[in-house]
Design a protein around this ligand. Structure first.
Ligand code: ATP
Ligand SMILES: Nc1nc2c(ncn2[C@@H]2O[C@H](COP(=O)(O)O)[C@@H](O)[C@H]2O)c(=O)[nH]1
Length: 390
């Protein structure tokens, strides 16, 4: 673990930057962190708090600025921020004058996710991932053949636990059904547009399902996690496999029908597909049900009687009849307006307030244990432990 090179801290670094004369459009405070011969400059280009933090990368070997593709939701700038190199693949940014659930962000520069995206997109890539104190709720992936009742079960969960769950709205190239609303049920998209966006790395996963493209955008997952809710993904088995291979730590549930005859009946009774489409979905369901047995899933639910299946789903998610909070450990404080950073003997990050006055709700010292962080972009970096001294 190492500390950032603060602005004005290193004369040679400053020479490097001024020689390039390219960081001039950063307004206000900025930080510079050196990782493997590259300087990561983080600041706001539009000025003022609430404008997003941008990233520029200077390659010392070539003496050139690189314009990185920046993935993930950018944190808003604050008057002051500081970066700590946690490992050689990510920097932890700590924001001043910010609420407890808004002050920690990781900038991944060489994580598995970033390397994958570099391969896909070419060039320099970095990714923001918000830090969660405590474990935070794991996203839930629900898969199963078309017509088995995934959407029905998810709607029941969302209705009974509205402040606990949020639905990841997928993109699809299929035509909307009569009652489907763009942006709520799906983002309905043209095929060329979606293909382009897949190439640009906008999607966490995407797959060709029953002849149409479907995909979960990184933004769709982040839109839910940003509200502090637990994200539910309704995706096919190919998508579940891709999410399993990503850094997202999720719970994977496969929903099975009691029989093929019942599955066919449900698809027909739903009345949303043509005969040809029903036949295609039924053909695919045989393969999907076989794949559901392969150990990819943590739980298998048989949706025979709907109420019993829903009760089993709630049980495995640890839900009770009343709304329960699955939110990350709730800690309530505001970070100081200015602070210094040091690393203690246990490798914890120690944030000491440099504010002239002490104020209610603003700790004098915040100690962060980053030894158990998990997950990362896209979504949350979970498992940060915090202790506070007032
Ligand atoms: N346990 C059940 N018993 C009888 N009917 C059910 C049951 N569960 C769901 N259904 C009905 O089956 C039909 C299909 O359900 P639903 O649309 O939720 O399936 P799905 O798995 O989301 O399908 P798709 O993958 O095509 O979106 C709906 O008309 C729904 O009301
Ligand atoms: N891999 C993905 N599969 C998805 C996604 N969104 C939905 N789906 C799956 O597609 C089928 C068909 O859905 P329908 O709404 O046309 O009936 C179903 O199995 C869904 O689970 C996605 O983003 N990625």
């Amino acid at each position: 673990m190492g500390q950032e090179i603060q602005e004005n801290f290193s004369a040679s670094l400053h020479e490097n930057l001024s020689a390039c004369d390219d960081d001039s459009d950063f307004k206000g405070h900025k930080t510079i962190t050196e990782i493997c011969g590259k300087l990561y400059v983080v600041g706001a280009t539009s000025g003022g708090a609430e404008s997003p933090l941008d990233v520029k990368v200077f390659d010392k070997a070539t003496g050139k600025w690189l314009a990185p593709t920046i993935l993930g939701k950018k944190p808003n700038a604050s008057t002051f921020h500081s970066g700590v190199l946690v490992t050689n693949d990510r920097v932890l940014f700590l924001k001043a004058d910010s609420l407890a659930d808004e002050f920690l962000y990781f900038l991944e520069v060489d994580s598995k996710f970033v390397r994958e995206r570099k391969n896909l997109l070419g060039g320099e890539v970095v990714a923001w991932s918000k830090g969660s104190i405590g474990d935070g709720p794991k996203p839930i992936v629900i898969s199963g053949p078309s017509g088995v009742g995934k959407g029905t079960l998810i709607n029941m969960l969302m209705k009974d636990f509205p402040s606990t769950f949020g639905f990841s709205v997928s993109h699809t190239t299929r035509a909307p059904r009569e009652k489907e609303v763009n942006g709520i049920h799906y983002h309905f998209t043209e095929r060329e547009v979606m293909e382009k966006e897949i190439k640009e790395g906008k999607f966490l996963e995407s797959a060709l399902v029953h002849g149409n493209l479907y995909g979960t955008s990184v933004e769709a997952v982040e839109a839910v996690t940003d509200t502090g809710k637990r994200c539910i993904l309704d995706i096919d088995v190919q998508g579940a496999r891709s999410v399993r291979a990503s850094t997202i730590e999720a719970i994977f549930i496969f929903v099975r029908p009691p029989s093929f005859e019942e599955l066919e009946k449900r698809l027909r009774d739903r009345g949303t597909e043509t005969e040809e489409q029903i036949q295609k979905r039924l053909r695919n369901s045989r393969k999907e049900i076989e794949e559901g047995k392969e150990g990819l899933f943590d739980h298998i639910l048989v949706n025979d009687d709907l109420e019993s299946c829903y009760a089993n789903l709630k049980k495995l998610l640890g839900l009770h009849s009343m709304e329960t909070s699955n939110k990350a450990a709730s800690v309530d404080f505001r970070t100081p307006s200015s602070f210094s950073i040091s690393i203690d003997a246990e490798n914890n990050i120690v944030i000491d307030s440099q504010d002239a006055e002490t104020k209610d709700g603003i700790p004098k010292k915040i100690v962060l244990d980053v030894s158990s962080v998990r997950g990362g972009a896209p979504g949350r970096t979970r498992g940060l432990a915090v202790s506070i001294e007032y």
